[in-house]
Design a protein around this ligand. Structure first.
Ligand code: ZN
Length: 93
C-alpha cells in the first residue's frame, strides 16, 4: 500500500509540496502513530505539530491534515507521512 501511496501522492501533490514533504522526513519531523494496510496516521512537526491521516479507499487515497488543506489537496504533511511509512517499510524488508 505504501508503495502505491507514494506514487499516488506524487501524482496529486505539486512538486514543491512533494519536495517539502521529503525534507520534513529527512529532518526527522515525522512520527508515525499507526500504520496498517489501509490506514496511516502520523504527527508531523512543521512549526506547529500537524495531525495527518491517510486512508486507502480502493485505488484512491484520502488524506486529511490539521493544517487546513482543502479536500483533494495534498499538503507536504501528507506527503511526509506517506514517504516516512514507505521508508520504514523498505527498512523492514
Ligand atoms: Zn498539512
Amino acid at each position: 500500500m505504501q508503495l502505491i501511496a507514494r506514487f499516488a501522492l506524487r501524482r496529486q501533490a505539486s512538486s514543491s509540496e512533494f519536495m517539502a514533504g521529503v525534507c520534513l522526513v529527512s529532518g526527522g519531523a515525522v512520527h508515525l502513530r499507526h500504520k496498517s494496510a489501509r490506514m496511516l496516521q502520523a504527527l508531523v512537526r512543521d512549526g506547529a505539530t500537524q495531525d495527518v491521516s491517510i486512508l486507502a479507499e480502493g485505488d484512491d487515497l484520502v488524506g486529511q491534515c490539521s493544517c487546513g488543506s482543502g479536500p483533494g489537496e495534498v499538503c507536504r504533511h501528507q506527503v511526509a507521512a506517506t514517504h516516512a511509512a514507505w521508508l520504514q517499510l523498505s527498512a523492514d524488508e
